[in-house]
Design a protein around this ligand. Structure first.
Ligand code: SF4
Length: 118
């Protein structure tokens, strides 16, 4: 089973009705749904906070304190597919920063559990 860490958009988590980071990314990881290749252990969950200056050191601290190096790091769907887009950075740039710093592969997105308006 793969070990994964997640970086999610705090601006969405703080105001997105129905998800404060407590279920969609985690359910998809548990089931191997969405952008996870297989059921996965979540070993870290980092909340980005505007303007995005702290997510990278906080991710590093998460890995250091847990003593577990993830196999893969996912940018949450609310971050990778944000509409409107993040005004400070973008998911491609964040993925590049994470990969450069850690050497760990980065996947864009976590789940596909979208709210419908039927
Ligand atoms: S900087 Fe961008 S990705 Fe990070 S919390 Fe703010 S809006 Fe979300």
């Amino acid at each position: 089973m793969k070990k994964v860490a997640i970086v999610a958009c705090g601006a969405y988590m703080d105001s997105g009705y129905g998800c404060a980071g407590e279920w969609r990314c985690l359910k998809a990881a548990a089931l191997g749904d969405g952008q996870y290749e297989e059921p996965s252990h979540v070993v870290g969950f980092v909340k980005c906070e505007c303007p995005g200056r702290t997510f990278l050191p906080n991710l590093g601290m998460t890995m250091q304190l847990s003593g577990i190096k993830p196999d893969v790091i996912h940018l949450s769907t609310c971050l990778a597919s944000a509409k409107p887009e993040c005004p400070y950075t973008n998911a491609e740039e964040m993925a590049k920063m994470i990969h450069t710093k850690t050497g760990i592969p980065v996947v864009q997105g976590t789940h596909e559990y979208h709210v419908t308006f039927d």
